[in-house]
Design a protein around this ligand. Structure first.
Ligand SMILES: NC(=O)c1ccc[n+]([C@@H]2O[C@H](COP(=O)([O-])OP(=O)(O)OC[C@H]3O[C@@H](n4cnc5c(N)ncnc54)[C@H](O)[C@@H]3O)[C@@H](O)[C@H]2O)c1
Length: 255
């Protein structure tokens, strides 16, 4: 799908990888609606983007509020052709710890934030996309979700995050199959460590240790590298139903 003239919803777009994607999509001629927390820099980012960009505050764990924010984005833009979803995060807790078993509520909330919120976004985004007229390649929409290489090599203490991200990775093919007859594609990106959010503040020494298992380059990824892959997925209609690692050949060790 050529992003020029298309309408894109970028969830988590106030910061990091999604912000870089919003910037690149705007540069390619798309109009962007940012969904992010009310306390985020979403309004300022939308202003900086220009080309009719708008901001719609929501917490993705609030299903009804998210539905309303998506409806507002749709009303502002008239359609949704592209959806990039990055809001998410994890906690550190082992299956059993010194003080007892993993708190079940903490496991639930990580699955809620990453997996259930992503599926909620996807089902609504796909519904809106299904109303689009097909483009010259019969495409109505492209959905990109954010997994993690922890989906495949979860480290010690990442059991909840791994389960949630593995769910996001596993949904890609099934949703692509569900949505194929509508001309809607679904892919996930599985980054290794990227210099964004909380990870950006990691001291240099620790960062070097964290990327020691990468093949090349031995550094954290940059937000624009996520954005470039997102753009490739949007532009290349043969990319569908998969989870693409963006990891410099890194395989997480147990810790
Ligand atoms: N940074 C990494 O090393 C790394 C590696 C693998 C996967 N990821 C995944 O990338 C995503 C985070 O992206 P980033 O690294 O660019 O981080 P980031 O912190 O720069 O951006 C995340 C954005 O999502 C928003 N957000 C978070 N929770 C939200 C909620 N409940 N409702 C609405 N918005 C919310 C934040 O306000 C923020 O603007 C997460 O899904 C994370 O699991 C990150």
């Amino acid at each position: 799908m050529d992003p020029s003239g298309k309408k894109a919803v970028v969830v988590g777009g106030a910061s990091g990888m999604a912000r870089a994607t919003a910037e690149l999509l705007t540069k390619k001629g798309a109009t962007v609606a940012i969904l992010d927390r009310a306390t985020s820099a979403g309004a300022d980012v939308a202003k900086l983007l220009g080309n009719g960009a708008t901001f719609h505050p929501c917490d993705v764990t609030d299903a009804e509020g998210t539905e309303a924010a998506l409806a507002a984005a749709l009303a502002a833009m008239g359609a949704i052709h592209i959806a990039v979803n990055t809001a998410g995060g994890g906690i550190g807790s082992r299956t059993i710890g010194r003080d007892g078993p993993h708190p079940l509520d903490a496991f639930r909330s990580v699955v809620e934030l990453n997996l259930i919120a992503t599926f909620n976004l996807n089902r609504l985004q796909a519904w809106h996309m299904s109303k689009n007229d097909p483009d010259e390649d019969d495409e109505r929409g492209v959905i990109i979700n954010t997994a993690s290489i922890a989906a495949f090599e979860g480290q010690i203490g990442q059991v909840a995050y791994t389960a949630a991200k593995a769910g996001i990775a596993a949904m890609s093919l099934t949703m692509a199959r569900d949505l194929g007859s509508f001309g809607i594609r679904v892919n996930a990106i599985a980054p290794s460590l990227f210099a964004t959010g909380a990870v950006a503040g990691i001291p240099d020494e620790m960062a070097t240790a964290l990327v020691r298992d990468a093949a090349f380059p031995k550094r954290m990824g940059r937000p624009d590298e996520y954005a470039k892959l997102a753009l490739s997925i949007i532009e290349n209609a043969m990319l569908n139903g998969g989870t693409i690692r963006l990891d410099a050949g890194q395989r997480f060790a147990p810790r």
